[in-house]
Design a protein around this ligand. Structure first.
Ligand code: ATP
Length: 314
């Protein structure tokens, strides 16, 4: 049976609903009132720097960490108290996914198939499909501890998907994975999202953020902004430029003193800056004496993210 069909009916297709989640660890306020929703067939990215609170948020939604306040609903059930009604329909891939290193790919899959009590025929069908789309089918006899980082993650994902969950939670799934495998992992996610799965994925990578339907920018336990990556960039009221000429040292020193410069980052051999809207002429005048000038550039998601973090005092 397809888990999507069997899942409890939900209002407006909302599969995950986090309401004012908060959690501290001693003096550290890891998450401070995060609310978000993920709908059926939606890929939602939780984006933030190290220590922002992404893992704690995902663990609360998974029912693995008790919130100090607020609650997480999955498929209409409280994820802490929902028991089987939630577990049966949820797939989770934590940052450190533990596979059995001395078991082969096929044996790991079989182990997880038994854990989910899948009848043999159903297990075989699903395992074959997952092996094919992860392209692990040529390596089924290889031990998990002999797999590359990307293959290991793909096997972990296959194990997390064996029971065909309708909700998938992934905590930085592409950490330590090469670019080709990263792309493959994202293609896999799109495939499942296309079938109606709701996916919540955390990532520190900006290019991955841009692949999500919607993102939540999170820093120091707070959701700063939320929306489609395209809409967030479009609504961002500032401008980006590249700087031609000038030495790096001189430019860094100068840019630091200019309040109109909201963020700067390397762009190949040049520097890219985000300037407060309407201030380019003034900044251009300041750059001229060091032999540098501004060239219009396009503002991207990473620029916006850097500015949002610096506005929060990062
Ligand atoms: N079990 C714990 N005990 C103490 N502090 C914790 C615990 N779990 C998380 N923290 C702290 O809470 C804050 C948020 O951590 P969290 O792991 O949720 O962030 P993150 O965005 O997932 O970061 P990363 O990408 O580095 O994993 C950090 O300051 C972290 O040190």
């Amino acid at each position: 049976m397809n888990a999507l069909a069997a899942a409890a009916p939900v209002q407006d297709g909302i599969i995950i609903q986090a309401e004012s989640l908060a959690r501290s660890f001693g003096p550290v306020q890891a998450v401070r009132g995060i609310s978000l929703q993920v709908r059926r067939g939606e890929l939602y990215g939780l984006i933030g720097p190290d220590g922002a609170g992404k893992t704690t948020t995902i663990r609360m939604i998974a029912g693995l960490v008790t919130p100090d306040s607020g609650r997480a609903m999955v498929l209409g059930h409280d994820s802490l108290r929902g028991g089987l009604a939630v577990r049966e329909y949820m797939g989770l891939m934590p940052q450190q996914y533990s596979l059995y290193g001395d078991l082969s790919i096929a044996e790991n899959l079989r182990f997880f198939g038994r854990l989910f009590c899948l009848p043999r025929k159903l297990f075989e069908e699903r395992a074959q499909r997952l092996l094919k789309i992860t392209r692990l089918d040529r390596f089924t006899d290889r031990r998990a501890d002999a797999l590359s980082g990307g293959m290991y993650k793909k096997l972990a994902l296959a194990c997390a998907l064996l029971h065909q969950p309708s909700v998938l939670l992934l905590d930085e799934p592409t950490n330590g994975v090469d670019p080709v495998s990263r792309r493959e992992l994202w293609e896999l996610l799109y495939e499942f999202v296309g079938e109606g799965m709701a996916v919540l994925v955390s990532t520190p990578y900006m290019d991955e953020a841009e692949r999500c339907h919607r993102v939540g920018l999170i820093d120091r336990g707070v959701l700063l902004d939320e929306g489609s990556p395209h809409d967030l960039v479009k609504a961002f009221p500032h401008e980006a430029f590249e700087i031609d000429g000038g030495s790096r040292e001189q430019l860094h020193e100068l840019l630091e003193r200019l309040p109109q410069v909201l963020a700067s980052s390397p762009a190949g051999t040049r520097l890219k800056v985000v300037l407060e809207k309407g201030t380019a002429a003034r900044v251009g005048e300041q750059l001229a004496p060091v032999g540098a000038k501004l060239r219009p550039s396009s503002l991207d998601f990473e620029d916006m993210f850097l500015v949002r973090l610096s506005q929060e005092g990062r």
